[in-house]
Design a protein around this ligand. Structure first.
Ligand code: COA
Ligand code: AMP
Length: 637
């Protein structure tokens, strides 16, 4: 039996849960407010809680101007390192503030103001960060759409967010190919019912985009003529951004982040979780299109006065598996944050770590991993090769910052493989059974957080309050349902095991199998379909489609499978990484008609599985097993 010691971590956790208002109001003193809040926690509309109601501030002011006003304007704010164009650019806080103020002037001159939405559809260039912060400066609400999504996905977001403007670029650069963004942007605007008033396009030399007269304006020309704009104070509870993420259907969920609680919580995390001090360099190797990019490339490091790295490239192939070590050594990175899949990619190409020895990475103090569970092989390889603590931590687009982590800045706890450590202060995390009762330690159930959620999470979904309630609050009244199954052990360590819904995680990217099924079902020869996520050595999971064809269809199955693969790429985007579909006679179902996706996944992964008691025809599983064996699944058998 283990004995729990009273540690400083547990003291901070207790303080945060016993008197959350006191805890977070202390943290809020670290920010500049133009009007103090009336209430720290407003529970008048529970279970919808709001933080710092009545307070006014500007997030951009706190991320940039405050540091300049405090005399730290010469410190490095943003380091753009592009492995794909082999170029670098560094901005001090004063320089970044000036370009952001100027771009805010561009948007304002064309009519963007407080509360207006602006879609940012850009590759990993400094202008993406500048556009986000310029929106924050004006009190406008940005919605960044990841570049790997197709035009149709962008159109869906356009119709939901109804933006006044879109900020984009002529192209992104993927290894070996230039991805032209402008045709995708034009197609999306054509598809959507809602049309933006105008677009600002950054022309990159790799592909100049033709402009639509009267609608599209050139970033450089506009910025050259702009008048810098001051920060506009907003309510703490006003939205800062909307970030769309996969739900269980093709309609993505627009997660709203507000200004006040977000700035308070994120600034707090930089020292307490990541243990970085102002002026140190923090690198989240992700993309601004994902939540990690919003929180830990842009807002948190800038709020905390760090230098943040914006890396345009991959862990491997740009040009080799030494890319990460080069960036760490050139920019003296103290803390690296990425997804385990990036390390699996590096390990695959450089298993002994030859490339690591070619660079001086002595500045590195921690590696943080998230997005998917860190598998023990990757954990030990990284620990062994980097000789720093390797910390798995767990969070979601909805939460905006980690639910469970090893809070290195409070107290570095022993690392247990497979675990994302302990609940972060602010999070009252439990494991619940089907009836909503807490389970004994060590038993699996749904990971749920007792309400209210801490500041910096999400008040609700854009245009979808009922969906918010149905997805997160209704299953276990009084709790936030994370839709992750997991265990908390006797020492309080959290193990996140699997999603309880139809979400899969491919290369750290969150995808909806339901959205892929909607695309497959649109193929004229497909009668029924199912998509499941199967284990993948590199990407963690990969989607696999099962198709039942219409009776009488005599077209070659190979052709149909290739067509559906093309359709997913065309409609959702290359990021879905949907590469394989199989034709089966029937899908396994329960007697009530529910497709047994979990059983198909277990067979494909070679896991032990039980014949579901409610299956309508057990023989179907023999066929599925045989079809999977035909493509070499499960592997190694
Ligand atoms: N614009 C256009 N296309 C994009 C894109 C973008 N911004 N990002 C990815 N894609 C494309 C890729 O080119 C690829 O296309 P392909 O099928 O033609 O090869 C496809 O989308 C899948 O991309 P990805 O899943 O990134 O696979 P990859 O093989 O290019 O790279 C890894 C694999 C592991 C190296 C890469 O996924 C990685 O570095 N992951 C880090 C994880 C991460 O950043 N997670 C975010 C949360 S922390
Ligand atoms: P996203 O919203 O893209 O950040 O994805 C969130 C989901 O990714 C979570 O609900 C988990 O299923 C998974 N996830 C993120 N981090 C971890 C982790 N450290 N361990 C296990 N799963 C994780």
């Amino acid at each position: 039996m283990s004995t729990k010691l009273k540690t400083s971590y547990s003291t901070v956790l207790e303080a945060s849960l016993e008197d959350a208002e006191r805890f977070w109001s202390e943290a809020a003193k670290d920010l500049h407010w133009t009007r103090p809040w009336d209430k720290v926690l407003d529970d008048s509309d529970a279970p919808y809680y709001r933080w710092f109601t009545g307070g006014e501030l500007n997030t951009c002011y706190n991320a940039l101007d405050l540091h300049v006003d405090e005399g730290n304007g010469d410190r490095t704010a943003l380091i753009y390192d592009s492995a794909v164009t082999q170029s670098h650019q560094t901005f001090s806080y004063v320089e970044l503030r000036d370009v952001v103020a100027r771009f805010a002037g561009v948007l304002a001159a064309r009519g963007v103001g407080k509360g207006d939405r602006v879609i940012v559809y850009m590759p990993m260039v400094p202008e993406a960060v500048i556009a986000m912060l310029a929106c924050a400066r004006l009190g406008a609400v940005h919605s960044v759409v990841f570049g790997g999504f197709a035009a149709n996905e962008l159109a869906v977001r356009l119709d939901d967010a109804t933006p006044k403007a879109i900020v984009s670029a002529s192209c992104g650069i993927e290894p070996g190919r230039v991805v032209e963004y402008k045709p995708l942007l034009d197609e999306a605007i054509g598809l959507a019912d809602h049309k933006p008033d105008f677009c600002i396009v950054l022309q990159r030399p790799q592909a100049e985009a033709p402009m639509t007269a009267g609608r599209d304006f050139d970033w450089s020309k506009e910025a050259a003529e702009a008048v810098p704009h001051e920060c506009v104070p907003v309510q703490a509870t006003d939205p800062l951004y909307i970030l769309y993420t996969s739900g269980t259907t093709g309609q993505p969920k627009g997660v709203i982040r507000d200004n006040g609680g977000h700035a308070v919580a994120l600034k707090w995390t930089m020292k307490n979780i990541y243990d970085v001090d102002p002026d140190e360099t923090f690198w989240a190797a992700s993309d601004v299109g994902w939540v990690v990019g919003h929180s830990y490339i842009v807002y948190a490091p800038l709020l905390a006065g760090n230098a943040t790295v914006l890396y345009e490239g991959k862990p491997v192939g740009t040009p080799d598996p030494g890319a990460f070590w080069r960036v760490i050594s050139e920019h003296r990175v103290s803390v690296l944050f990425t997804a385990p899949t990036a390390f699996r990619a590096i390990k695959k190409e450089d298993p002994v770590g030859d490339y690591i020895g070619r660079y001086d990475i002595s500045s590195l103090r921690y590696l943080f991993l998230a997005g998917e569970r860190t598998d023990p092989d990757t954990l030990h390889w990284a620990e062994d090769k980097l000789n720093v603590p390797v910390i798995d931590h767990w969070w979601q687009t909805e939460t905006g910052w980690p639910i469970a982590a090893n809070c290195a800045g409070i107290e570095l706890l022993p690392i247990k493989e497979g675990s994302s450590s302990m609940p972060v202060p602010g999070w009252d995390l439990l494991v619940l059974d089907e009836a909503g009762e807490p389970v004994p330690s060590g038993e699996i159930g749904t990971l749920a957080v007792k309400l209210p959620l801490p500041p910096g999470t999400f008040p609700t979904l854009w245009n979808a309050r009922q969906r918010h309630f149905d997805s997160y609050l209704s299953r276990f009244p009084g709790y936030y349902n994370t839709s992750d199954a997991g265990i908390i052990d006797a020492d309080g360590y959290v193990y996140v095991m699997a999603r309880t819904d139809d979400i899969i995680n491919v290369a750290g990217h969150r995808l909806s199998t339901g959205a892929m099924e909607e695309v497959l079902a649109d193929h004229p020869d497909v009668a029924e379909c199912a998509v499941t996520g199967i284990a993948d050595d590199l990407k963690g999971q990969a989607p696999l489609g099962f198709l039942v064809l219409n009776a009488g269809c005599d077209r070659p199955v190979g052709e149909i499978c290739a067509e559906v693969v093309g359709m997913v790429r065309e409609r959702i985007g290359p990021v879905a990484a949907f590469k394989q579909a199989l034709v089966v006679q029937r899908l396994p179902k329960t007697r009530s008609g529910k497709v047994l996706r979990g059983t198909m996944r277990a067979i494909a992964d070679g896991e032990e599985w039980k014949m579901p008691a409610t299956i309508d025809d057990p023989a179907i599983l023999d066929e599925i097993t045989a079809v999977l064996a035909g493509i070499g699944l499960p592997r190694g058998q």
